[in-house]
Design a protein around this ligand. Structure first.
Ligand SMILES: CC(C)(COP(=O)(O)OP(=O)(O)OC[C@H]1O[C@@H](n2cnc3c(N)ncnc32)[C@H](O)[C@@H]1OP(=O)(O)O)[C@@H](O)C(=O)NCCC(=O)NCCS
Length: 97
């Protein structure tokens, strides 16, 4: 089941797998609110709310995003690339707690 965190400035959808691994599906800050710290705050809070969990995601740019900056965004939270690139050009990343 997909879970949704929705705020006035963005959204984050995620799935908790049977083995406890968390998978972030989408994190999006709406264009008019970007680069004001909301995305960092949303991801930081999410990580804090899922202690001792492995978190996986696929870094995949939506309109207006830049892949190099997106990778750095996730790396600043301890995510590392697993090396896999999916058919749509998304890059798998993981974070162990
Ligand atoms: C990526 C995103 C969530 C960051 O949220 P934000 O509130 O704009 O970012 P913050 O102000 O909290 O933090 C700034 C950092 O976000 C990242 N960022 C900001 N704008 C970005 C953009 N257009 N593309 C990629 N990364 C971006 C950078 O790492 C930036 O740090 P820097 O200024 O040192 O380069 C937001 O830009 C977004 O929603 N992008 C479109 C959706 C998307 O591609 N989501 C990823 C799906 S996996």
């Amino acid at each position: 089941m997909k879970n949704l965190i929705k705020t006035g400035y963005g959204r984050l959808t995620y799935i908790i797998c049977e083995n406890g691994t968390v998978y972030i599906d989408v994190i999006e800050i709406y264009p008019e609110f970007r680069n004001k710290g909301y995305g960092k705050n949303m991801l930081k809070t999410f990580i804090e709310q899922h202690p001792n969990k492995k978190i996986n995601l696929c870094a995949s740019t939506l309109k207006g995003s830049n892949m190099d900056r997106l990778i750095k965004f996730y790396e600043s939270f301890g995510f590392i690339r697993t090396g896999k690139i999916d058919s749509a050009g998304g890059i798998d990343m993981t974070r162990n707690n």
